[in-house]
Ligand binder design. Structure first.
Ligand SMILES: Cc1ncc(COP(=O)(O)O)c(C=O)c1O
Length: 386
């Protein structure tokens, strides 16, 4: 047993001297917010994704909220979201007064199931939010087909998949609007932060305005035009991000491609090790995608084994976690929207068997081997290999 050894978390940021220097340089400059680093980060992100517009905001949740509002979601509308996601995906729909409708997922990847989406369409359906769970892009061809046949929008919640590809196309180009999070465990970090990217200039303009209270000119634009005058044309928010966060984002983004490669190396090492172990099965990753591997999720054989495995790994200093309890089963969604057991059976079954293992670019080969060794010992301890 390796209890005294250092704890390996399931995910963590990688901050280097160059990141710190970039932040300090901005702290010593004139612009702490709404300044040139925000614009530069947006430009770098748009270029990285191969899209015309990026709007950086204070969190992934804020980006999802602005995506919904910019697409005109409001009271009376329904938006289809997967049951297997972080609560923020559905919450963003609720913020607008609309109703989230929970779709079930595919058993092998835990991604939104296009057949389930089709079965939930109604005259009130306004759009679909696809979540690239764990970093694996969804079946965008099937989802785009449904969306265009029924005149719906398609949003990609790519909080896990920045740097991923689907059939040769980068994440960011696969939906009407794509949303990212820059929380520390995500693909890159700005501390807290998020962004939305899109091709439509009208949508981008609206999201930009809603980020700043619904005001037509931001502080920097007014300074450039020598005027104090501005007009609030709709009800917006303060969802701005600072310049020092964006300086960190630019510095991080310059290493993202290497980090995706490293995450894939770790995933391959796990896959080959788990091939020979009974009782632990990684999710499927299809060859037509580049999986960004925000998470490395395995299935245990059942709820009891999952709990015992989770505890045995934690005792060995391995920071396993569970992503996610299906959203419709949270108290708020049960009480407000009648969420109930049996509503999304595939997601509910998966929830009882999944565990996320540590994966992050700075993870050393020794740490990866320690996780594999701990998994073998834990399975043996709980008796699933016998
Ligand atoms: C799938 C998904 N959507 C949205 C969010 C919200 O992002 P943030 O924490 O930056 O608000 C997260 C973050 O955990 C997420 O995992």
């Amino acid at each position: 047993m390796e209890g005294a050894r250092e704890f390996i978390p399931y995910g963590r940021q990688w901050i280097e001297r160059r990141d710190i220097d970039a932040v300090v340089e901005v702290l010593e400059s004139d612009w702490l917010t709404t300044g040139p680093q925000v614009a530069a980060f947006e430009e770098a992100l748009a270029e990285f994704c191969g899209v015309p517009h990026a709007i950086a905001v204070s969190s992934g949740t804020a980006a999802l909220h602005l995506a919904m509002l910019s697409l005109g979601v409001g009271p009376g509308d329904e938006v289809i979201v997967p049951a297997m996601t972080f609560v923020a995906t559905a919450n963003a729909v609720v913020f607008t007064g609309a109703t989230p409708v929970f779709a079930d997922i595919c058993e092998d990847t835990l991604l939104i199931d296009p057949d389930s989406v089709s079965s939930l369409l109604s005259s009130r359906t306004k759009g679909i939010v696809a979540v690239d769970y764990g970093g694996h892009p969804c079946d965008y061809e099937a989802l785009q087909n449904i969306a265009s046949r029924h005149g719906l929008f398609l949003v990609s919640d790519a909080c896990h998949s920045l740097g991923g590809y689907y059939k040769g196309r980068p994440v960011g180009t696969l939906a009407d609007v794509t949303v990212f999070s820059f929380h520390p465990v995500k693909m890159i970090t700005t501390g807290e932060g998020g962004a939305l990217v899109c091709a439509d200039s009208g949508l981008a303009k609206r999201a930009r305005r809603l980020r700043n209270h619904g005001i037509d000119l931001d502080f920097r634009e007014r300074a450039g035009r020598n005027t104090w005058e501005y007009d609030m044309v709709e009800l917006g928010f303060n969802y701005r991000i600072t310049d020092f966060q964006c300086a960190l984002g630019i510095s991080q983004l310059s290493r993202l491609k290497e980090w995706v490669v490293r995450r894939n190396e770790i995933a391959s090492r796990y896959r080959s090790a788990f091939c020979d172990m009974k009782g632990i099965t990684p999710l499927v990753s299809y060859s037509h995608v580049v999986n960004a591997y925000h998470l490395f999720v395995v299935k245990l054989i059942g709820a009891e084994e999952r709990l015992e495995f989770f505890l045995a790994m934690r005792r060995r200093g391995i920071g396993v976690n569970v992503h996610y309890k299906p959203v419709h089963l949270h108290s708020f969604y049960r009480e407000r929207f009648g969420g109930r057991k049996g509503q999304c059976p595939v997601a509910e079954k998966a929830y009882h068997s999944i565990v996320s293992l540590p994966i992050y670019p700075q993870m050393s080969a020794q740490e990866v081997d320690r996780v594999i060794g701990a998994a073998a010992e834990s399975l043996e301890e709980i008796g699933v290999t016998s």
